[in-house]
Design a protein around this ligand. Structure first.
Ligand SMILES: Nc1ncnc2c1ncn2[C@@H]1O[C@H](COP(=O)(O)OP(=O)(O)OP(=O)(O)O)[C@@H](O)[C@H]1O
Ligand SMILES: [Mg+2]
Length: 214
């Protein structure tokens, strides 16, 4: 089943960022987007994940154009089906790690998966406040929060930026296993080519064009 498709997307801010970007994501599939800093990777991810409207082109989720969805339908899809892991993670600072996961549990009506917490090696710091966690622990809590929702599509922007190589590879494996087990798909944005090439397909954003390199 097709989870996401983007047709001829163009976007610009002060200047043109990219033109005519077309890609699609199927169940159990992972795609990576690489490219230089400032090339527009995060912007493209925002467009694919419905946070930003493209200047031109069309994004479809689960076979329906985003522009054909009403506000309520779109809000429900965002809440239940899309999992966003951002460059900077937006955890609730005054809350404990566990309370942050409870928010996801309530919003998505999915149980917190204790096995997931063990896999991410964060089960021992659940009672700590977010401000008392290391950067890498915060990043893993935010990944746990996203996966708790059981989304059909994961959008991840440098999700392992704060992690050492071993932990980063481990977290990537977790994403891949998740996609297989839950019939989900992932769009990963990263500078790290090694991590990118672990995905099924790799696209490079360069000279305002997206080119498939794997
Ligand atoms: N909301 C915005 N308004 C105006 N310009 C923006 C906005 N968001 C991004 N830009 C500009 O668009 C360009 C691309 O930004 P973007 O964040 O997509 O790059 P990126 O490829 O993700 O870079 P990095 O690898 O450093 O994260 C940058 O020049 C940035 O300043
Ligand atoms: Mg970025």
């Amino acid at each position: 089943m097709n989870l996401l498709s983007a047709q001829n997307i163009s976007h610009s801010f002060e200047y043109k960022l990219f033109d005519d970007v077309t890609l699609s994501l199927d169940e159990k599939e992972s795609i990576a987007i690489i490219g230089m800093s400032g090339s527009g990777k995060s912007t493209l991810l925002h467009i694919l994940s419905t946070l930003l409207q493209p200047k031109k082109g069309e994004v479809s989720l689960f076979g329906t154009k985003i522009t054909d969805l009403d506000k309520k339908e779109l809000a429900l899809i965002k809440r239940k089906e899309l999992g966003l892991v951002f460059q900077s993670h937006y955890l609730f600072k005054g809350f404990s790690a566990y309370e942050n996961l409870e928010v996801a549990e309530i919003l998505s009506q999915q149980k917190i998966d204790t096995k997931l917490l063990e896999l991410l090696d964060i089960e021992h710091c659940m009672e700590q406040k977010v401000t008392e966690l290391s950067g890498g622990q915060q990043q893993r809590v935010s990944i746990a929060r996203v996966l708790t929702k059981k989304p059909r599509i994961i959008f991840a922007d440098e999700p392992t930026g704060n992690l050492d190589k071993t932990t980063a590879t481990h977290v990537m494996r977790l994403f891949f296993d998740y996609c297989q087990e839950e019939n989900a798909g992932m769009v990963l944005v990263t500078h790290d080519e090694k991590l990118a090439f672990m995905c099924d397909k790799v696209f490079q954003l360069e000279n305002k064009t997206l080119t498939q390199v794997k």
